[in-house]
Design a protein around this ligand. Structure first.
Ligand SMILES: Cc1ncc(COP(=O)(O)O)c(C=O)c1O
Length: 459
């Protein structure tokens, strides 16, 4: 199909995810249809090139030029065995990938349950936690603590953990009883510039929530190492150590949702390694295969796995395609490339430079805050020098109309997000070198300068 036919056919037949169809399929608007990638760049069906500063929604860790190597891995597996399940049987790629993950992941996260994506990982983690508590004689633990504005997926179990009210209200009562507490947004917190006080207050609030729910009824505390929704919310020092201690004290499991932060986004295999804390369970997806195939994995520690092994009953959870041999072969190859090409090292060595260049954008009146870690950064956009927030009409104009179009014209893919305050986020492919990162920041600078003028910020 040519460009025009693709546009028309999409409008007629393709339901888009998390998209306002009226706006996306407005005859005046053109849907962005990408048909080719190269390194950190993608190309649309008109041949326009974009720097993908979002790694296709935090997935394309290696960018787009490893197709040949991935094809070789896929072809070999296709010829050997295109498919078998992990239901009471197994296959070499799943076993080898589980072994590799146990090897590279911190602490005793030695056991792996495969899934097909992030929401499935979060739901599987919950069910594994429940099976654990049933097995050890604590079946009353049916509750969870998560954080406000956090996104943990949208299937009905995972949606319970998600803390964005607008994504939930239409779908009835949550499947799981989850209390949501404050996230780690220091920018607008009254004590945000005093990390110790901020941390103590957040942990105290968490304790109040735990006590209100009943400490012995809580199965899990779940959080992202750096929370995505709200704009790359970095925890204050000591926060995760505090969560670890609280979970241990009350006998709950600590789950790190690593769907974005894992596989190098923060420069480590697990984002939480930056905090020196090992969770009981980690949920992963997106970057596991660098998006050359769809796959997720739940990493489980020895204690939880032992209770499952020892329970005598089956694990009452399974997904036909999860741990598909083709996807496992791709994940193995992706990890091999990470190690061979020094991908984690690239993120670590570029982080400080990227941070410094992004912080230069604070000189633009519309940029109120720059925060993040690794290759995962947000700029909070503000209405004036006092860092006032935009009202709803202004947010819609800026984030849903002006910026998407202006970024497209600038050949830049980044993310406008208003689940919390107004932010623009980047998460470049982890293979991006200093020149690509410079190019991204320079395009951001142009776009944000124009956005400030358009919104009359600093006028
Ligand atoms: C932290 C986190 N958890 C879970 C999910 C759900 O993943 P998926 O969209 O693959 O179901 C996402 C998706 O963005 C996420 O960011």
């Amino acid at each position: 199909m040519n460009h025009q036919l693709l546009q028309e056919t999409a409008r007629e037949h393709l339901l888009l995810h998390f998209t306002n169809h009226g706006a996306a399929y407005d005859p005046e608007a053109e849907l962005l249809v990408l048909d080719r990638g190269e390194g950190p760049y993608v190309f649309d069906t008109k041949g326009n090139r974009y720097v993908d500063a979002l790694s296709s929604l935090f997935c394309a860790q290696l960018g787009y030029s490893y197709g040949e190597e991935m094809t070789a891995a896929i072809a070999a597996q296709m010829q050997a065995l295109p498919f078998n399940t992990n239901w009471a049987t197994a296959h070499p790629p799943a076993i080898e990938l589980a072994d590799k993950l146990a090897d590279i992941m911190p602490g005793d996260l030695n056991h792996v349950f495969f899934t097909s994506g992030g929401s499935e990982s979060v739901e599987a983690a919950w069910k594994i936690a429940r099976e654990h508590f049933v097995a050890i004689g604590e079946p009353q633990r049916l509750k969870a603590i998560a954080r406000r504005n956090a996104y943990h997926g949208v299937t009905l179990g995972a949606l319970s953990f998600t803390g964005v009210p607008g994504f939930k209200e239409a779908f009835g009562r949550p499947a799981i009883d989850v209390s949501h507490v404050a996230n780690t947004n220091a920018f607008r917190a009254p004590d945000g510039d005093d990390p110790a006080a901020f941390c103590a207050r957040l942990l105290a609030e968490m304790r109040v929530a735990v006590e209100a729910a009943g400490a012995d009824e809580i199965a899990v505390i779940i959080a992202e190492p750096v929370q995505n929704a709200g704009g790359c919310l970095v925890p204050p020092p000591g926060y995760w150590a505090g969560l670890r201690a609280l979970a241990d004290e009350i006998g709950a499991l600590l789950i790190a949702d690593e769907v974005i932060c894992g596989f190098g986004r923060l420069g480590e295999w697990l984002g939480l390694e930056r905090e020196g804390v090992v969770p009981d369970i980690a949920t992963t997806a997106k970057g596991l295969t660098s998006a050359y195939a769809p796959m997720g994995a739940v990493l489980v520690n020895d204690t939880v796995a032992d209770s499952l092994h020892g329970s005598g009953g089956p694990l009452r959870h399974g997904i036909t395609f999860a741990g598909h041999p083709i996807c496992a072969a791709v994940a193995l190859r992706s990890i091999e490339i990470f190690e061979r090409d020094g991908v984690l090292e690239n993120v670590r060595s570029q982080e400080a430079g990227l941070q410094a260049r992004l912080r230069d954008l604070l000189s633009l009146p519309i940029v109120g805050d720059v925060r993040g870690r690794g290759f995962f950064w947000a700029m909070e956009l503000v209405a004036d020098d006092a860092n006032s927030t935009f009202d709803q009409g202004q947010r819609d104009r800026l984030l849903r109309s002006y910026l998407p179009k202006r970024m497209r014209d600038a050949g830049l893919i980044a993310r406008c997000d208003d689940r919390g305050d107004s932010v623009l986020q980047i998460a470049p492919p982890l293979i991006a070198d200093a020149a690509v990162l410079d190019d991204i920041v320079s395009r951001l600078g142009d776009v944000l300068a124009d956005a400030g003028a358009y919104m009359g910020v600093g006028a």
